[in-house]
Design a protein around this ligand. Sequence first.
Ligand code: AMP
Ligand code: ZN
Length: 112
Amino acid sequence: MSDCLFCRIVSGEIPATVVAETETTLAFRDIAPQAPTHVVLVPKTHSANAAELAADPPGLADLFVVAAKIAQEEGIAESGYRLLFNTGADAGQTVFHAHLHLLGGKRMGPLA
Ligand code: AMP
Ligand code: ZN
């Protein structure tokens, strides 16, 4: 059994509200949403952060392809949305399984 939260969600051991799934990506709603749409997209195989995930270009690309599809489905493709990877302590990363945040549905402020 993995001690990684997002690996446990990928395996189905911990429930999540899944909004999209491909061979390499799982996308689910953030448990503490920071915007009307807040989806977390994770690669199904473990990487600690975006820098490690860069070793898997197809897996990385799939996160962005799926994010764009979800934005269409959620009706925020035209109004705009934010995609971001928190990487490391200064960025506030709390779960050390790489994940792309998709945020939208409200006007957002500056990044930092
Ligand atoms: P980060 O701070 O970038 O590492 O993002 C981790 C995100 O995972 C936060 O936005 C959390 O709200 C979210 N999160 C933590 N636990 C869960 C969970 N069980 N299901 C869905 N999202 C979660
Ligand atoms: Zn993991």
